[in-house]
Design a protein around this ligand. Sequence first.
Ligand SMILES: C[S@@+](CC[C@H](N)C(=O)[O-])C[C@H]1O[C@@H](n2cnc3c(N)ncnc32)[C@H](O)[C@@H]1O
Length: 292
Amino acid sequence: MKRRGKALVMELNIKRLTEEEFKKFAKLIHDESGIFLKDSKITLLSNRLRKRLQALNFMEFAAYYDYLQRLSGDEKKREYEMLLDVVSTNETYFFRNERHFDALIQTSIPELAKVKTNKKLRIWSAACSTGEEPYTLAICVLECMKYLQGWQIEIIATDIALSVLEFARIGEYSGRRIEKVPPEYLNKYFIPKKSEPGVYTVKDELKKLVKFSYLNFFKNPFPSDLDIIFCRNVMIYFDKEHQQKLVGDFFKVINNPGFLFIGHSETLHSISEDFVYRKILEAPVYVPKPRR
Ligand SMILES: C[S@@+](CC[C@H](N)C(=O)[O-])C[C@H]1O[C@@H](n2cnc3c(N)ncnc32)[C@H](O)[C@@H]1O
């Protein structure tokens, strides 16, 4: 009780960012992650940063900003990771935009299975958040095993936020996160947790397919030799320049034939000439043009 009381007092003392402070933090976050924060996000950013201030016992945003400037080496790396962790938006759930997964099962995987002679399938869930997307991909792959007997299959799942990766590795989900999982898949691929009704753990056969790791799109090298990339609901947070860089870098690592899935409210129009839109079951799917 005492601790809660103390935290509350501190929270009240740390007010909102001033406009000048907001600009400084927004620039730093943009430089580090490509995430572009409009001026209207001042309250949102204040609320998110407050968590770091409390963890480090700072009473003012300016003190935290100065601290970030003073850091170097591993300490800097760690604190910047923590900063981006609290700043990122991690909303996700299983079978988000089902038609993407229908397109995957009905078209992308069968087509790749027909033409790939090396029997290797590599899928990247780029910005995987708490794991619902890559585990949904794993379910789809297992549902396609009739095409993939004897194949080597890897699902690479990456994100910039360390806490979501930790959550994903544990693989326990409930409520809204699993609302869209068809009941037959819930029975087949999840184990209900006895000690916590309503909580489901993904089975080992899904966990074995997915490898989680930290990756900042604008600071770290990409995986290569990819047949399918899912990069959904993250480009919306970047400015056009970063979107162009990201999609340009996807083109370098995607195989042809290959499939790039983006969020249903996202487009590559005026972002990239390297991919062409291919309408598969109303899903926003892009395929790479032949390399020049
Ligand atoms: C809204 S979630 C999308 C999750 C999932 N792809 C989906 O569509 O449900 C966006 C994710 O992008 C991640 N992200 C933001 N900036 C990033 C960057 N520069 N590099 C890698 N991941 C980033 C965030 O941490 C967050 O988990």
